[in-house]
Design a protein around this ligand. Sequence first.
Ligand code: KIV
Length: 289
Amino acid sequence: MGSKITVTQLKEMKNKSNKITALTAYDVQTARVLDSTGIEVILVGDSLGMVVMGYENTLPVTMEEMLHHARAVTRGVNRSLVVADMPFMSYQTGVNDAMINAARFMKEAGVQGVKLEGGRSILPQIRALVDAGIPVMGHLGLTPQSVHQLGGFKVQGKEDIQAERILTEALELEKAGIFALVLECIPVTLAREITRKLKIPTIGIGAGSDCDGQILVIQDLLGMDTDFKPKFVRRYANLQQVITEAVQKYIVDVKNMQFPNVDESFDTLKIDGDSPTKLYSGGGDDANL
Ligand code: KIV
């Protein structure tokens, strides 16, 4: 096990052209597995509203839901840098709210940083958090918390005026002190330009290969939902099929009394008589064995 990844190391990785890898996690077991792979950043994304809670978008996600999952993730992580998404309206409402809520992530969940979506309008919040010693990750392009304003989950920055605004805001966010910037669903050329102009690392999702790192939602990478396949997702497994087949085998085994077998059952020492009768063999009496 190596030492904890720091925000300074991420900046060094950019300088050395070492790509940064990031994925989301929402529970301790996934976090443990990801941490053991050497991935640099684990994001407790508010995407959990969609992939864990089944909401249509991320807007309903609350601070309590985010803290609940962030606590689970940090319990499973030793090395990766853990960042938590600040949910909708936990920071847009002002500097005070942003400070109180970000502090909860740091103190109650033990994350190493928070991510906020948006540009110019949240610069005061970002400056205040950074001044207070809280590492902040920015997020521009398709910012899902603004889905209604954007008119849906659409690629951003295709037109020059929009692209220029995203570039300017990226520079403003850097000046305000963010340590990294997520660029979501923007054209490759724009992501390349931003990545070249910033000293801090960019982490892309649907923003091409020139970003300093990449992030995906873990469920998308693992193929948990075969009905959901945006253009920018690469599926590295088909867990939906693996889980379906495993559960179907379990159902058959239970119906046919093939599960549990003798080795999966516990001994009974005595049944209403004087001689101990062995009903089952194998294993111990400790359910953990
Ligand atoms: O909520 C999330 O998971 C995210 C990533 C997709 C960047 O913001």
